[in-house]
Design a protein around this ligand. Structure first.
Ligand SMILES: [Zn+2]
Length: 189
């Protein structure tokens, strides 16, 4: 139990550093720290600071596209392309409280372990047989005091995500929740 608590704390600390570091493409070499890679399960870190709502999603690729290698054929290439498109559309993934008037402002999707361009022989890139996708989102909210819930829509386009381990960090505290398609509304306050 205790060990568990400690490790989630360190995850959130690592996430915080990531969340609050600028999401520049230039900084892409720094790689996020993953939680556990468990098929069917994914992680979402939520942080709220002032007007900003930060979301950091990471998931085994298997949950999103059904495979964890570079696409072998056109069908898999299409699947990957479609998944990237969906991951770039916040309206298909998350709904913050409407009255908070949040607009998505930054999106960064990282699936590069599965992308063709990466095919060039990079010997230092060890292949574990698993791959993770990650995506970062920043929303800016006009009325942050009204930001009370976040609805998770992502279970619909990505039914492979059976449960989502949510870490919520606000100015007043932190909590951990497990969300599922049946329990897809996160209370932020
Ligand atoms: Zn895997």
């Amino acid at each position: 139990m205790f060990g568990n608590k400690l490790s989630s704390l360190s995850i959130i600390t690592a996430s915080l550093i990531l969340l609050y570091s600028p999401f520049t493409h230039a900084g892409k070499t720094q790689h996020r720290q993953h939680g556990s890679h468990e098929h069917g399960s994914a992680q979402l870190n939520i942080a709220i600071e002032g007007q900003r709502l930060y979301l950091e999603l990471s998931s085994p690729a298997a949950n999103i596209v059904g495979f964890e290698h570079k696409p072998h054929n056109d069908k898999q290439r299409q699947t990957l392309k479609k998944a990237i498109k969906i991951l770039n559309q916040t309206s298909l993934l998350f709904t913050p409280s409407a009255s908070a008037q949040c607009k998505s402002n930054k999106i960064e999707v990282d699936v590069d372990t599965l992308q063709d361009e990466h095919d060039k022989k990079d010997s230092h890139h060890h292949h574990s047989g698993h791959a993770d996708f990650s995506a970062h989102y920043v929303f800016v909210c006009q009325k942050p005091s009204k930001l009370t819930t976040l609805q998770l829509l992502l279970f619909k386009p990505f039914p492979g995500i059976e449960k989502l381990q949510v870490q919520l960090l606000t100015e007043t505290g932190q909590s951990a929740i497990t969300a599922t398609a049946q329990k897809a509304t996160i209370k932020l306050k």
